[in-house]
Design a protein around this ligand. Structure first.
Ligand code: AMP
Length: 198
């Protein structure tokens, strides 16, 4: 199997639009979008691991690193087996992983990040409103409650933001996440393309 997988990390705080951008980019041939939040939400809610996920996500906390990376690896292997993702030709768009320094460390042997799309936004309140709207539209209990949202931001600054320091600055692009989906997509694509042709 072709590891490490050539990857682009979609990085940024909750509600910034990683999923929205990831889905649009994933529709372009040659990119495969993998969101760990979606991976967790697709688990059988009654299963041991599904219940474990609900225990953490309902509090705005990260699922333990060991469990997350193990599940992510199994998930990727399945995607390859089912011929949905082909590491020989597709760039893996990782959305929501690695989300802690230990995850970044243990994923080193599996991924080769050619670029990190770091979505940034000065206006936190906009993101909170986006998350609350999404909670009602998608039935996400983790984003319905304001105290859980606050916890998710705390976890982002304490555990996820330090992940950026694990990678070379030259592959990190800060991209303004404010604007229409098309405007942000244009910025993201303009930032990505030179790294793919490098
Ligand atoms: P998201 O859809 O990316 O906002 O993720 C929803 C929830 O899934 C998070 O709040 C975590 O509980 C869990 N989750 C997603 N990705 C990870 C990860 N890489 N590590 C640990 N927990 C995660």
């Amino acid at each position: 199997m072709a590891t490490p997988y050539t990857s682009i990390l979609l990085f940024g705080p909750p509600g910034i639009g990683k999923g929205t951008q990831g889905k649009m980019l994933g529709a372009i041939p040659g990119f495969f979008h993998l969101a760990t939040g979606d991976m967790f939400r697709s688990l059988d809610k009654e299963s041991e691991i599904g219940m474990e996920f609900a225990r953490y996500s309902s509090k705005g906390l990260l699922v333990p690193d060991f469990l997350t990376v193990r599940l992510w690896r199994q998930h990727v292997e399945q995607l390859i087996k089912r011929e949905l993702y082909n590491p020989e030709v597709d760039v893996l768009l990782l959305d929501g992983i690695p989300r802690s320094v230990p995850q970044a460390e243990s994923m080193k042997e599996y991924i080769d990040p050619c670029m990190i799309v770091h979505l940034v936004c000065e206006d936190l309140s906009k993101m909170v409103r986006r998350m609350q709207k999404r909670a009602t539209e998608q039935g996400r209990p983790d984003d319905a409650d304001e105290s859980v949202i606050r916890k998710r931001f705390e976890v982002y600054s304490g555990q996820t933001a330090p992940v950026l320091a694990c990678y070379d600055k030259s592959i990190i692009s800060d991209i303004d996440a404010l604007g229409t989906q098309a405007e942000v997509l244009l910025r993201v694509l303009s930032a990505i393309l030179p790294h793919l042709n490098a």
